[in-house]
Design a protein around this ligand. Structure first.
Ligand SMILES: Cc1ncc(COP(=O)(O)O)c(C=O)c1O
Length: 381
């Protein structure tokens, strides 16, 4: 076999080496405090599990791209309550098999690999699938380097770059930094995209993981030329169910339905039934916010006391911590691992050097384990 050369452009995560050390520590019977992968340990609420169980039919037929109306209607209800917007479940909402596959596939909607204007702009550091999806669709990946407050400001990109761009990714609240874009940031981003006929996609899978005030959504700003991505993974503790939503401009959504019919990308109906139950309820999302908030406080209090700089980190369940001066994020992650604390180096989220000085903590371990981790960290300060 002669493999697709574009596969060779996809870097292996530097976290592989760290994962090896973690496995060694575990094999030696030493405690490991895993703040690495963003996969929370709190159980999925019982009513959601029950909704899935009772929805498995005797004969499970092929799901359709649009899926049964329940999940789309439940999401429309959520959008009305949480964002104060009306979405048409028939034309403006589509369920996805987790949001990751939607992120990966979306460049196929707008990228012509033979055209000179095939740029895909994405935040860097950022969720690595923006880059990976752009490369494999034959687009030109254009990382927008973030620093300072780690808010992405598309209007700072040179005009010449915007002219060859077909798609812009924003991610608010942002992984790995936790930065939140304001309503005004979102409005300016949309205006720039409209002026250049660029599809604007806002990845909002952490929009319900907040601590002070609910972050705004791009859909509160505009719908034309816009898609927004949502997920139940973190909101409802459903990572393994694979359940996301794309919502937005009905004209773009029509094309997206056509595109998704080709590989037959559609969640199973019983997953959609569980998703409908999850989107219809806000109490469990609130409970989860309290849990993440408690863990966050334990970590933040300690990090401040230790003189470590926590940057951005306003929402999402990530803390973006600057490594002590003279140390790279990678070196600091290795040092922490010797105390059993697994973090991910900022470099693993960036294609430029924008993440080099940082480590990311995902607030995954339970409250008690967070306390133990803080004690272990304090001991190596
Ligand atoms: C920014 C961002 N987008 C999308 C995803 C994918 O989430 P899922 O596929 O679980 O919905 C993740 C997962 O960590 C993420 O961090």
């Amino acid at each position: 076999m002669r493999p697709n050369p574009r596969l060779g452009q996809l870097p292996t995560y530097p976290t592989v080496a760290l994962d090896r050390v973690r496995d060694r520590l575990r094999a030696e019977g030493r405690p490991v405090y895993d703040f690495g992968t963003g996969d929370p340990t709190e159980p999925t609420p019982a009513f959601i599990r029950e909704a899935l169980r009772t929805s498995v039919p005797d004969n499970c037929r092929y799901p359709t791209v649009l899926g049964e109306p329940d999940v789309r209607e439940a999401f429309a209800g959520y959008a009305q309550r949480r964002l104060g917007i009306s979405l048409d479940p028939a034309t403006e909402i589509l369920p996805t098999a987790g949001s990751k596959e939607a992120v990966f596939h979306l460049p196929l909607l707008v990228i012509d690999p033979d055209a000179p204007d095939r740029g895909v702009i994405f935040p860097d550091p950022g969720y690595s699938v923006y880059y990976r999806g752009a490369v494999l669709a034959g687009g030109e990946p254009i990382p927008q380097r973030l620093s300072g407050d780690f808010v992405q400001r598309i209007w700072e990109m040179p005009d010449e770059v915007l002219r060859r761009t077909r798609m812009v990714w924003i991610n608010t609240p942002h992984n790995p930094c936790g930065a939140v874009m304001s309503h005004e940031d979102l409005r300016r981003t949309w205006e720039v995209c409209q002026a250049h006929d660029i599809l604007l996609v806002s990845d909002e899978c952490y929009v319900d993981t907040w601590f002070d005030e609910p972050p705004p959504s791009i859909l509160q700003v505009a719908r034309e030329g816009v898609l927004a991505i949502f997920s139940l993974s973190k909101r409802s503790g459903m990572t393994g169910y694979r359940s996301g939503i794309v919502a937005g401009d009905p004209a773009v959504m029509r094309k997206l339905r056509e595109l998704r019919a080709n590989p037959g990308l559609a969640p199973q109906d019983f997953v959609n039934a569980a998703a409908a139950a999850a989107w219809a309820d806000d109490d469990h999302a609130e409970e989860r916010r309290h849990i993440f908030s408690a863990k966050r406080k334990i970590l933040l209090d300690f990090l401040r006391e230790a003189g470590l700089d926590v940057v951005a980190s306003a929402a999402s369940f990530y803390l973006w911590v600057r490594a002590p001066s003279g140390t790279t994020g990678m070196q600091y992650a290795e040092k922490l691992l010797e105390a059993g604390i697994l973090t991910y180096p900022g470099a693993s989220f960036a294609v430029t050097s924008a993440g080099d000085d940082y480590v990311r903590l995902a607030l995954v371990p339970d409250v008690e384990t967070c306390r133990q981790a803080v004690a272990a960290w304090r001991a190596i300060l």
